[in-house]
Every structure is written in structure tokens, then in C-alpha cells.
Design a protein around this ligand. Structure first.
Ligand SMILES: CC(C)(COP(=O)(O)OP(=O)(O)OC[C@H]1O[C@@H](n2cnc3c(N)ncnc32)[C@H](O)[C@@H]1OP(=O)(O)O)[C@@H](O)C(=O)NCCC(=O)NCCS
Length: 166
């Protein structure tokens, strides 16, 4: 059975491990992960099997930055969403996103957002998460002004939005 709860300090090694092995982007530093637990503006929910995290979602409630036409509005922005290989395709990722969506409704935000690098939006690629996001009701909105710098290359980042139904 999969349990969901807020992450605690003792989860840090598991979170770093998930970030390193399961996530397609450069892993965050230990300081960043500590701030996820200690910074009240950040939330991390973990999916656990036998009390051990095998999936995580990290979000912040933040303002859209200029030059976005939505600057001034707030969004629940998902920074990380990851499920350990071997536990995927069982609905765990969707359940983690549902936790962030619930917070979006609770905070009365009009949108929930996530940025995805271009290499994860290639059709027919097994790592194409844009299809997964479409299933969850997200739509590609725009290209972020700052590219993702990874291993010496720059990649466009697409902003995907989930609009709360009126
Ligand atoms: C993306 C990710 C979190 C999905 O987690 P998951 O637990 O496998 O997702 P779910 O089981 O909830 O998926 C539900 C549905 O999406 C489909 N799906 C899952 N991953 C998919 C993918 N990469 N592409 C297309 N469809 C996908 C499932 O088949 C399922 O479809 P169904 O409801 O019609 O049966 C997981 O693949 C992952 O950790 N990837 C690496 C990290 C990453 O890329 N994060 C996203 C960055 S934006």
C-alpha cells in the first residue's frame, strides 16, 4: 500500500536519491533539499512504501514573474515530481499531483504550473512527460525567458499550466 505524508528531515537521503536517480534534470543540492523541509513557503509530499519514500512532489505558492502576462497572480508551482522506477504507471505520480492541485484550490489560485525542458516534450520518446501532463489537464502555455543550462547545453523550458475550472 502507498501512504502519502509531508516530508520530514529523516527523508532527506531518500529525497536526494530520488532526485539523482529518478529525475531527468540536474539534482538539487543538499542545502536546497534542507530548505524544502525547513522553509515554510515550500511543501514536499512523499509517497511511501513501508514508510520509505518512493515518490515526491515539491511545490511553492508563488507569484508569476515578469514579463508573464500573469505577473501579480499567484500559482502553485511544482518544482519536482518524481516516482522511483519500478513504482511508475501505478497512479502514484497522479496522486502526488492531486495533492498539489488540492492546495491550488485551497489557496484559491487560478492556476497550477510546472516547467518542463524541451527534451521531455518529444513525441514518441518514452520520457515525454508532456503527454502525462495533458492527461492531468495541463496545457503548454509559453517558453520561459531563461533556458535550462544542463551539462554544457542550453534547453528551452516550456511552462505548462493547469487552469482551475471557474
Ligand atoms: C512523470 C512521472 C512522475 C509519472 O509518474 P507515474 O506514477 O508513473 O504516473 P501515473 O502512474 O500516475 O500515470 C498515470 C497515467 O499517465 C501515463 N503515464 C505515466 N508516465 C507517462 C509518460 N512518461 N508519458 C506518457 N504517459 C505516461 C500512465 O500510463 C497512466 O495512464 P492511464 O491513466 O491512462 O493508465 C514519472 O514517470 C517520473 O518520475 N518521471 C521522471 C521525473 C520526471 O520527468 N518528472 C516530471 C518532470 S516535468
Amino acid at each position: 500500500m502507498t501512504d502519502f505524508r509531508e516530508a520530514v528531515m529523516g527523508d532527506l537521503p531518500h529525497l536526494q536519491n530520488l532526485d539523482l536517480k529518478g529525475y531527468e534534470q540536474q539534482p538539487e543540492t543538499m542545502d536546497w533539499w534542507k530548505s524544502v523541509i525547513t522553509n515554510p513557503s515550500m511543501t514536499c509530499v512523499v509517497a511511501c512504501q513501508n514508510q520509505t519514500p518512493i515518490g515526491m512532489v515539491v511545490w511553492t505558492h508563488q507569484e508569476f514573474q515578469k514579463p508573464s502576462p500573469m505577473s501579480g497572480q499567484t500559482t502553485v508551482h511544482v518544482h519536482k515530481i518524481c516516482v522511483q522506477k519500478g513504482f511508475r504507471y501505478r497512479g502514484i505520480g497522479s496522486s502526488l499531483m492531486a495533492k498539489a492541485r488540492k492546495e491550488t484550490y485551497r489557496l484559491k489560485c487560478k492556476t497550477m504550473s510546472i516547467s518542463v525542458p524541451e527534451y521531455q516534450c518529444i513525441s514518441d520518446d518514452p520520457d515525454n512527460v508532456s503527454q502525462w501532463l495533458h492527461k492531468l489537464g495541463f496545457k503548454a502555455d509559453s517558453v520561459l525567458p531563461v533556458p535550462l543550462h544542463l551539462y554544457g547545453k542550453n534547453y528551452d523550458q516550456y511552462l505548462f499550466l493547469f487552469e482551475v475550472p471557474k
